[in-house]
Ligand binder design. Sequence first.
Ligand code: HEM
Length: 177
Amino acid sequence: QDVQEKAQEEIDTCVGHNRNVQDSDIQNLPYLQAIVKEVLRLHPPGPLLSWARLAMHDTYIDKCFIPAGTTAMVNMWAITHDPTIWEDPWAFKPERFIDKEGFSIMGSDLRLAPFGSGRRVCPGRVLGLTTVHLWLARLLQQFKWLPSKPVDLSECLKLSLEMKKPLACCAFNRSST
Ligand code: HEM
């Protein structure tokens, strides 16, 4: 709830109540952007990136020998929960990205690459991120959200990483409270 209130304060200050948040406002909402980064860190929807890379020939990654024919996966989930990379990795703290201004999640920094990196990086990443920012901003601008059942953040890996138990919430119109 404290994170929600902080994001709503940012939206109220920057956009106000008389119009809807637009795409062009997102660049002025650093806390909202930090929330999205922190969600993609704690719960990367593609935790093993594209599941598999096949070694075409014998190769080394650092000192590790990878024989031809090996199927390798990139475990982004493990990287984003690694305590040698992330302080207090299990805590949901969007503030960690406010201190790291300019931290890109588009694939140039392998500490957090929720869209992958390199030749097979997600081609829809700009559309995906733009959509998530706008939806989240609009949903927070318009409504206050309260859980209607206890929240269980357990994960379940299907085609992408999903919540094991769906989130159940009540939305209260902010303009009438
Ligand atoms: C928040 C939203 C999204 C997330 C988190 C996401 C994540 C990913 C990840 C992790 C990969 C694998 C990258 C790798 O192997 O290194 C991927 C691949 C891909 N994504 Fe996305 N994606 C998102 C939205 C989208 C959208 C909106 C589109 C299309 C409009 C899209 C199309 C694709 C395609 C076609 C690939 C396969 C690329 C290839 O293998 O060469 N994604 N995405």
